[in-house]
Ligand binder design. Structure first.
Ligand SMILES: [Zn+2]
Length: 462
């Protein structure tokens, strides 16, 4: 019931990942976060087809706890713990890379080459930014390869060949470089015009930029990675039930925009989502979901996603992201000023307006991003809980037993995704964008206002 960051969405997308987020946060602290939340903690799951015979069997009663067979439990714990470690390691590594590019004067060498080639600022960015981001990506490649490919293969999550994965890595790098040139050019233009207030003006620039990218992402970025076909062609009955459920949620989306995505070409992860606005509004169900879940369970997954959409979680996420970015830039400004005033920095860098200061900016931003992760996660857990509740309410009347279907769908997600059955409190606090699966299943089985004669809280059918 969610979205892998690797595939280009999930909550981070709600937070404007493909703009500044992509460039500064992903290249910065987000990289480690992506390596981690890209799977175990985010809402998507990944099946090994063979693991389906577990507790979630449709003929058995629905689970009231998240339970795994001993062997699978051991695998889930091993996988989750590697992910926890990779997150912290990835962040430390990213910090190390920026420190190196700064202190070993690599960024200064790049800036000198850029200056030697042209006196125009934009042309300098056109040379400096690709050199910088390609270097960062190459140094981080071994870790990316392990967390994005080798580990996924080892645990049976990835369907990709190495070349296929490499091609996606290259595409993502391409997007980073292109958007990076733009963002860095804007950033340093602003810094040069207003050395004291640049953080505020740049923050103002990120507002429309982030919003634009949230709107453009499903239309422009996603099709670079996946193909879409109308779901009606393969699942007409399910499509009709989805329309009924959308109607209950107060949404009208034409059949032609209820789509199936060929996620199985790359991953076994299970997912669905609702996004876009106006005529770009759409429902997308991953073909992987249809393979491991029955119609009722799929509808519950989609009900959760519809909740995100209807309850305005994208907008809420956007506002929270911008509020966080405001403070990050503000604090970042003072910290960077202090660092650059130190005599050893001052002799090499010509102030913050010097392109070669980029690794210092990213270093500070990465630390701030890392430190704010628990706050972001706590907010996200709240929103996810709300979406779970919405999903149950909206599926009522469309699915005969929403509680059972939800519990089973979560159990399947857990099994497919090897979710940690018993996450340590610290990691839950720092990294969990969703409530632990056991909590979600217990809520799924116990929340039934219709049985108690109470009104629905989130869904109000017209
Ligand atoms: Zn969600």
């Amino acid at each position: 019931m969610g979205d892998p960051i690797k595939a280009g969405r999930d909550c981070l997308i709600m937070w404007g990942c493909f703009t500044l987020g992509l460039v500064l946060f992903v290249m910065g602290g987000g990289r480690g976060a992506r390596a981690f939340t890209g799977k175990a903690i985010s809402e998507q799951a990944a099946p090994a087809q063979s693991s389906l015979q577990g507790v979630a069997n449709q003929n058995s009663p629905p689970p009231d706890r998240y339970t795994l067979a001993p062997e699978q439990r051991a695998r889930a714990v091993a996988y989750s713990h590697i992910r926890y470690i990779l997150y912290f390691l990835g962040t430390a590594f990213a910090l190390g890379v920026y420190f190196l590019l700064w202190r070993a004067k690599v960024a200064i060498a790049f800036r000198n080459w850029a200056r030697g080639a042209s006196s125009r600022h934009f042309v300098q960015c056109l040379i400096f930014v690709p050199l910088f981001f390609v270097s960062v990506s190459l140094i981080e490649f071994p870790l990316e390869y392990y967390s994005g490919f080798a580990l996924e293969k080892r645990f049976g999550f990835s369907n990709q060949t190495f070349l296929g994965w490499l091609a996606d890595w290259g595409k993502a790098l391409g997007i980073t470089v292109v958007s990076g040139v733009l963002v860095v050019w804007i950033l340093y233009s602003v810094i040069r015009r207003s050395p004291r207030r640049w953080w505020l003006y740049f923050w103002l620039v990120t507002v429309p930029l982030t919003l634009g990218m949230i709107l453009v992402e499903p239309l422009v970025i996603d099709p670079l990675f996946y193909k879409y076909t109308p779901l009606e062609q393969t699942h007409p009955a399910l499509t009709a039930r989805i329309e009924l459920m959308l109607h209950r949620a107060g949404l009208s989306i034409p059949e032609s925009r209820i789509l199936e995505m060929d996620a199985s070409t790359k991953t076994n992860a299970v997912n669905a989502y609702v996004n876009g606005i106006g005529s770009s509004k759409r429902v997308v169900v991953w073909d992987t979901t249809l393979r491991v879940m029955n119609e009722d369970e799929t509808l519950l997954v989609l009900g959760h996603e519809t909740g995100h959409y209807v309850l305005g979680h994208v907008l809420k996420g956007f506002v929270e992201f911008e509020a966080g970015a405001f403070f990050a830039f503000w604090i970042g400004f003072y910290v960077v000023e202090r660092i650059l005033k130190r005599p050893d920095s001052a002799e090499n860098l010509e102030g913050v307006g010097d392109l070669a200061s980029l690794p210092v900016l990213l270093l500070v931003l990465t630390v701030l991003t890392f430190a704010s992760t628990p706050v972001y996660c706590a907010l996200s857990r709240q929103v996810e809980q709300q979406a779970d509740q919405f999903g149950l309410e909206v599926a009522y009347g469309v699915v005969p037993d929403p509680n059972a279907a939800e519990a089973r769908s979560l159990q399947i997600l857990g099994e497919q995704d090897l979710e940690d059955p018993d996450p340590p409190a610290f990691f839950k606090f720092w990294l969990y964008t969703h409530p632990p699966l056991d909590e979600r299943i217990r809520f799924a089985t116990s929340y039934k206002p219709w049985a108690e004669g109470k009104p629905m809280e989130l869904v109000r059918p017209k």
